[in-house]
Design a protein around this ligand. Structure first.
Ligand code: NAP
Ligand code: GLV
Length: 328
């Protein structure tokens, strides 16, 4: 029997790769950097399935040589790198990995919030420079209060809810804004719905947890940053383009807001000479939200299951365009 052929666009968890290889002829992109669009198109020639990650642009052009592709399985929850509408038009289910990374990503969002508020990275750099000469001074290294402050969560989905749980442990008041109001979660998590303007005006910390879509592109721009408190800190673990980077730089430089913790930037990687990197009130991590060992392994196993289900013509465990199954 001819085995299905699949392409995996990066090395990943060995057990997940073994699970795939047990059922398919598998090719794995051997380099650490993503394949170029031309390389991806060539690698997909004649493939039945592909396992992608956020750096791979998957659109009609990428699939030119793969008319029989049965599934795209994304190793992430966000699928903004995939032209999902085009995949749906072609009847190709797109798998993704929600849930298994929510806690790990909220951990990083909260770590960034804490790091910027309490100046962890900035003071560590200062110590390493040999600047710690006086033992202690009451006016040294004052930072923002986290406990008893107000957190504004934008996008109350799986990660937003995990963020709310962490905030409660710090006695924070939590406001949220989301596309849909969630009365059940308000009760369960003790959070309060707020219009976007109110959330921006009243929050000491604003944490972004929306997917990147046409509606959320530059959701936080000059007008929104000007509404925030001059003492406020913005945390972005969603996607870089959800924030207008130029406006953010101006906001920090001119003191409209006090700081930012960014796990995602636009572009990625961030340019070495990006002015945000020279600012003390900014902490940047290299898109590591889901990069805990347990989460990453669970993501790889789930992406492998989605891929295998797709090449067998079975329903994916987590499919972000379930309309492909309509009428099946
Ligand atoms: P999710 O459960 O789908 O939650 C997203 C939430 O955003 C939903 O509640 C959604 O709508 C809300 N939303 C969507 N569009 C909106 C809009 N225009 N205005 C306001 N709210 C809107 O997804 P998740 O698992 O929490 O993941 C969220 C995003 O985090 C992913 O898409 C990805 O981009 C990013 N992420 C980053 C990392 C990292 O490593 N940094 C890791 C994982 C995920 P409703 O209110 O209607 O429910
Ligand atoms: C990571 O960024 C994800 O969307 O899972």
């Amino acid at each position: 029997m001819v085995r299905p052929r699949v392409f995996v666009t990066r090395e990943m968890d060995r057990d997940a790769l073994d699970a795939i290889a047990a059922h398919a002829e598998m090719a794995v992109w051997p380099e650490d950097s993503p394949p170029s669009p031309e390389q991806l198109r060539e690698a997909l020639r004649g493939m039945d399935g592909v396992l992608t990650n956020i750096m791979d642009r998957v659109d009609g052009a990428a699939l030119e040589e793969a008319p029989g592709l049965k599934v795209v399985s994304q190793l992430a929850v966000g699928v903004d790198n995939i032209d999902v509408a085009e995949m749906t038009r072609r009847g190709i289910p797109v798998g993704h990995t929600p849930g298994v990374l929510s806690k790990a990503t909220a951990d990083v969002a909260f770590a960034l919030l804490m790091a910027v508020a309490r100046r962890v990275v900035e003071s560590d750099r200062w110590v390493r420079r040999g600047s710690w000469r006086m033992a202690f001074h009451p006016n040294y290294w004052l930072g923002a209060d986290v406990s008893d402050s107000t957190l504004g969560i934008v996008g109350m989905g799986k990660i937003g809810m995990e963020m709310a749980k962490r905030a409660r442990g710090f006695d924070m008041k939590v406001l949220y804004h989301s596309r849909t109001r969630k009365p059940g979660e308000e009760e369960r998590l003790g959070v309060e719905y707020a219009a976007m303007d109110r959330l921006l005006e009243e929050s000491d910390f604003v944490s972004l947890h929306v997917p990147l879509t046409e509606e959320t592109h530059h959701l936080i721009g000059e007008a929104e940053l000007r509404r925030m408190r001059s003492s406020a800190i913005l945390v972005n673990t969603a996607r870089g383009p959800v924030v207008d980077g130029r406006a953010l730089h101006r906001a920090l430089e001119e003191g409209w807001i006090a700081g930012a913790g960014l796990d995602v930037t636009d572009p990625e990687p961030i340019a070495e000479d990006d002015p945000l990197l020279s600012m003390d009130g900014v902490v940047v991590t290299p898109h590591v939200g889901s990069a805990s060992r347990g989460s990453r392994r669970a993501m790889c196993m789930l992406a492998a299951r989605n891929l295998l289900a797709g090449i067998r013509g079975e329903r994916l465990v987590h499919c972000c365009n379930p309309e492909v199954y309509d009428g099946v």
